[in-house]
Design a protein around this ligand. Structure first.
Ligand SMILES: [Zn+2]
Ligand SMILES: [Zn+2]
Length: 273
């Protein structure tokens, strides 16, 4: 399994997941052109994408989905309420497939497990994906609201975890947003702070976790170095020896090869925990 966060933040989110010959995008929150460029920088052609899985209707997750799907004939998987909420993106020519939270479905060798979150979207869903060949599991949780027990369960035993570290509470307080927006972000239906992400990452830590990618950082109310320091310190204190990266808004992360990351960790991680 190989994974790249093509970009993440309030101006767009998309994750590329590759397993064998299967290529899937989770969310398409950039223009189709930008998605094509980002894929191209990793050597992936848009027509290789076998599915776009849309997690929820917010524009930063859906912006380019209609144009990309029409241009490349890519099937789009989404829940019925999400389809209703972002109907203006579609022209009736796309292949739209319905899924429901709690009911896994397959795309090539990947199984997608959708689960409900407490985020303030019409039908807020997050997903984990498992590779049927290697058994590797990726969890993507960038619009969580708060970590419910259902979310905790769904994200257990991941080999690689993409987790939101949205804001620093101090910067959020001083930031440019009106009070209503600030309280929405910090509420239990908004986004996780660096501290909440750190705590959740430690809860999800287990001996096979090879990589944590921090994502959906607020451009105004967070700093990559701050998020990395807060979550990194907590993980290190709990014995984590895997990789920690921070996804950027404007450029894809490297293509992370889960098999290689696991081998790189060696037996030490297992002995430690
Ligand atoms: Zn959202
Ligand atoms: Zn979002």
């Amino acid at each position: 399994m190989k994974v790249s966060v093509l970009g993440s933040g309030s101006r767009g989110n998309s994750v590329l997941v590759m397993a064998g010959t299967t290529r899937v995008l989770v969310d398409a929150g950039f223009s189709a052109r930008s998605l094509e460029d980002r894929l191209g920088s990793l050597g992936v052609l848009p027509e290789e994408i076998q599915a776009i899985v849309v997690t929820h209707d917010h524009g930063d997750h859906t912006r380019g989905v209609g144009v990309f799907a029409r241009r490349h004939g890519t099937p789009v998987f989404l829940t019925d309420p999400t389809r209703e909420a972002c109907g203006s993106l579609f022209r009736g020519k796309e292949r739209l497939e319905s899924y429901r939270a709690g009911f896994p479905f397959s795309v090539g060798s990947l199984t997608v497990h959708p689960f409900l979150t407490a985020h303030d979207a019409r039908d807020p869903v997050a997903v984990s994906l498992t590779d049927s060949e290697s058994g590797f599991k990726l969890g993507i949780a960038t619009d969580l609201g708060r970590p419910t027990s259902q979310v905790r369960h769904a994200l257990s035993d991941c080999d690689i975890l993409i987790l939101e570290a949205n804001h620093d509470p101090g910067l959020l307080h001083q930031g440019p947003y009106p009070a209503s927006v600030r309280s929405r972000i910090a509420s239990s239906h908004g986004h996780l702070s660096n501290e909440a992400a750190a705590q959740f990452a430690v809860e999800l830590l287990h001996p096979r976790l090879a990589a944590v990618v921090l994502a959906h950082l607020s451009a105004e109310c967070n700093r990559p170095t701050l998020a990395e320091a807060v979550v990194g310190e907590a993980l290190k204190g709990a014995g984590y020896r895997g990789v920690l990266e921070v996804a950027e808004q404007d450029a894809p992360t490297r293509l992370m090869d889960v098999d290689r990351l696991r081998k790189r960790m060696g037996p030490d991680q297992l002995a430690l925990m």
